[in-house]
Design a protein. Structure first.
Length: 225
């Protein structure tokens, strides 16, 4: 498969234009404009991560995930493949999207309201920290896959590069605040910092949080320590 470079994200274009305008006018940049990278805030809808073995069990021997949509973080994508999650008392969520590429563990990430609908009391965890969490049954076109653990509500978090971390004065594991503007604006505390040289500056909140503030593509957001 030949990778197609997507168009720059709207926030990236706005960030570059803002810097160019201020430079042309000879005015000092506001703090957000002086940041090395633009801030992108995205709602992370319910999804799952799977191992290659789980994918083959659910979709057939030799099956590999296919790209439906490229995500903002390089190399990450929403797959065309979806699943049905079967919870307690046979309550289900259909069309659960798989995110690729495959990982070395199986994990389902749901919002709080998803947990209520399923009858799950979801633990709030950082991605990858699944020890002692709930399990579930996944159903695909080729069979069933039982997860003994791995169903969580993901902690809201921000991905950032070392340059971003230096600019904001934080390090991996720290917590930040996200101010979201608009008519339903709010401030989210306890935003976990995840820093890596391969990360782009991006905040992930879940659908409950996104709906609470009516987050839109043009909503003004501000990140602070």
């Amino acid at each position: 498969m030949v990778a197609i470079n997507p168009l720059p994200h709207r926030a990236v274009v706005e960030h570059l234009v803002r810097q160019a305008v201020y430079q042309r006018l000879g005015k000092p940049l506001p703090r957000n404009g002086a940041a090395p990278n633009p801030l992108v805030v995205n709602v992370s809808a319910r999804h799952c991560h799977l191992t290659p073995q789980a994918v083959e069990t659910l979709f057939g021997a030799g099956h590999q995930l296919t790209v439906h949509k490229r995500l903002y973080q390089d190399g990450q994508f929403a797959a065309k493949e979806t699943l049905t999650l079967i919870g307690p008392r046979s309550r289900v969520i259909s069309n659960l999207r798989i995110l690729g590429p495959c990982r070395n563990l199986n994990q389902v990430e749901l919002a709080h309201t998803d947990g209520i609908a399923l009858g799950f009391d979801l633990p709030l965890r950082i991605s990858g920290d699944i020890k002692g969490t709930l399990g579930c049954m996944l159903m695909g076109p080729a069979g069933f896959f039982e997860m003994s653990e791995g169903v969580i509500r993901a902690l809201r978090h921000v991905h950032m590069s070392p340059a971003d971390a230096e600019f904001y004065g934080v390090k991996a594991g720290d917590q930040m605040k996200l101010k979201i503007g608009g008519p339903c604006g709010l401030i989210l505390d306890n935003l976990l910092v995840r820093a890596d040289k391969n990360f782009k500056l991006e905040v992930h909140i879940d659908t409950d949080e996104g709906n609470a503030c009516n987050l839109q593509p043009d909503t003004i957001c501000e990140l602070s320590k």
